[in-house]
Design a protein around this ligand. Structure first.
Ligand code: HEM
Length: 512
């Protein structure tokens, strides 16, 4: 046999071995895998290619495909070879618990390319160290101290809305909300303002760049090597393929400069330091003597900063946008909200306070519906329990990734009848489900358990202060905007309406 004969022989053997391996894997996954007996499509038990198809090719559709599986196979389904999905609102508290060790699924943790952040830490013990360090900055008291900063940003938004009113020019309210959320979180985290609220027509916001990163997240999950290769390329090349990344690079380089300065012991070199009395999050985090040095490395802190900033923009901005659409679209809702606000805030220009606004039931109902129907985290959230989990007749082996989806709870007709309807009253007097249990038990939008949202107080404060101010002062009409501009159409972990939506656009018609 000549050389070419040996090569053909070797290739033949390699192909045969590979085929035998694939065949063995398929047989194992179908018949001998610990999850083999669970219901679900056979192809889902064999590989993840259907997930790639639904999420990458069809752009964020796997969440909806999973809903189809549940209609066909029942409340528990094996959705990929090693993961179970459960659609049963009663099980939520069991899966997302603070009791016992709960890890995240490392395969899904790094979708935002910030693998050293609190969000991405799969192991519960590392997560606990990071979370403990961040928690104090987002406590209720700290956010109460931040109220003046939030109010000043809301005032700026109000000023711009008033300018639009004077010229009767339509504008994108959703862009305004994204700019607001971005300016607040940057100010608090770094005492840095990119001043997106002052950009012309709110043209520059972090929403689009983070959305672009989030869209590419589906591909990064399937092929983790892709972001590693991409981000090793020169930034100028990447910006050519996706110009929106330019803003993220600018953010990353500003954060790097600030963190480096803070690590050197210098005060942050800010572009605009407006609230000196309020120390910024990263300044304090770096000075925290309890945080181990390994947690204070530049790259680690950069990941943390990018994650916290990213998590605080689209979630809040989109919830504000979805709720505003429904309030403006339904005059009876707007009238009732306005009445409540006029009674509570007799002078539209008086200073408002989060603690007073929280006592207003109709405003609270509007905010809860805004968050519920904005589905701020649209993807499933897998968890790994240290012990076997029991669901009905099934015993799920310990450390199996098990996920549920917030969208499913928010759309559960037994809990939220006519779930698609924006109905603030469902949260009033005392809210109950049809079986008489408290509706608050099914309030899962900030997640439950040890990995629940860090920014919950900040989010509430922003939503209360913004809605109270904007709807106390102005009347709007929708401009070339309909239901399809706020309906969940794509799940990129962050929620997205139809891809050609221009956002929630309005004309401001009146100022109180
Ligand atoms: C309406 C607003 C918001 C909603 C509904 C929301 C919802 C959530 C949810 C569901 C999670 C858990 C995700 C998972 O299970 O993997 C989460 C985590 C997180 N959120 Fe929020 N969020 C909001 C606003 C914010 C804001 C303003 C911040 C800014 C600080 C923030 C920071 C975070 C962080 C850092 C995590 C990761 C926590 C951890 O892993 O321990 N969120 N959020």
């Amino acid at each position: 046999m000549g050389l070419s004969g040996y090569i053909s022989y070797a290739i033949g053997i390699a192909l045969l071995t590979w085929t035998a391996y694939i065949l063995g894997l398929v047989i194992y996954r179908l018949y001998f895998h610990p999850l083999a007996k669970l219901p679900g499509p056979k192809y889902a038990a064999i590989s993840r290619w259907h997930e790639y198809y639904h999420d990458v090719v069809r752009k964020g559709q796997f969440t909806f495909a999973i809903q189809e599986y549940h209609r066909k196979y029942g409340p528990i389904v094996r959705i990929v070879p090693d993961e179970i999905h459960i659609q049963d609102s009663q099980f939520y508290d069991t899966l997302y618990t603070k009791a016992g060790r709960v890890d995240k699924y490392d395969w899904m943790a790094n979708r935002f390319n910030s693998d050293q952040s609190v969000f991405a830490a799969p192991a519960a013990d590392i997560h606990a160290i990071r979370r403990k360090a961040l928690n104090p900055f987002f406590s209720r008291q700290r956010i109460l101290n931040l109220e003046g900063v939030i109010r000043s940003k809301v005032d700026l938004l109000v000023k711009h809305i008033d300018d639009y009113r004077k010229t009767a020019r339509p504008f994108s309210l959703s862009r305004g909300f994204m700019a607001l959320a971005g300016d607040v979180i940057m100010q608090y985290c770094f005492s840095l303002s990119y001043d997106h609220l002052n950009s012309e027509d709110f043209k520059t916001t972090f929403h689009e760049p983070f959305m672009a990163a989030s869209i590419s997240g589906h591909l990064s999950l399937q092929f983790p090597i892709v972001p590693k290769i991409l981000f090793a390329l020169p930034e100028s090349w990447l910006e050519k393929t996706e110009p929106l990344f330019g803003l993220i690079f600018q953010l990353q380089s500003d954060m790097r400069a600030q963190i480096e300065a803070l690590l050197r012991g210098a005060d942050s070199d800010t572009k605009q330091e407006t609230e000196k009395s309020i120390p910024n999050v990263f300044q304090e985090l770096i000075r925290d003597p309890d945080l181990p040095a390994s947690e204070k490395r530049l790259r680690r802190l950069q990941d943390e900063a990018q994650l916290v900033i990213g998590a605080g923009i689209t979630t809040v901005g989109w919830a504000l946008s979805v709720g505003a659409f429904h309030i403006i679209n339904q005059p009876n809702i707007y009238t009732r909200l306005r009445q409540e606000l006029e009674e509570a805030i007799p002078d539209p220009d008086q200073e408002i306070h989060w603690t007073d606004l929280e006592k207003l039931p109709y405003l609270t109902g509007c905010i809860k519906e805004a968050i519920r129907l904005s589905y701020p985290v649209a993807s499933r959230n897998p968890r790994l329990a240290a012990k076997p989990l029991v669901y009905k007749d099934w015993v799920i082996p310990a450390r199996t990734p098990v996920s549920m989806t917030i969208v499913d709870v928010n759309n559960d007709e037994d809990i939220f009848p006519r779930h698609e309807v924006f109905n603030p009253e469902r949260w009033i007097d005392p809210p109950k489900t049809k079986d008489g249990s408290s509706l608050d038990r099914y309030w899962v939008n900030f997640q439950k358990g040890s990995r629940s949202c860090l920014g919950v107080n900040l989010a509430w404060a922003e939503l209360y202060l913004t809605y109270a101010s904007v709807f106390r002062k102005f009347r709007f009409e929708l401009f070339e905007t309909d239901q399809s501009d706020v309906e969940l159409a794509h799940d990129f972990a962050l929620p997205s309406p139809k891809l050609d939506s221009k956002g929630v656009r309005v004309r401001c018609t009146e100022r109180a």
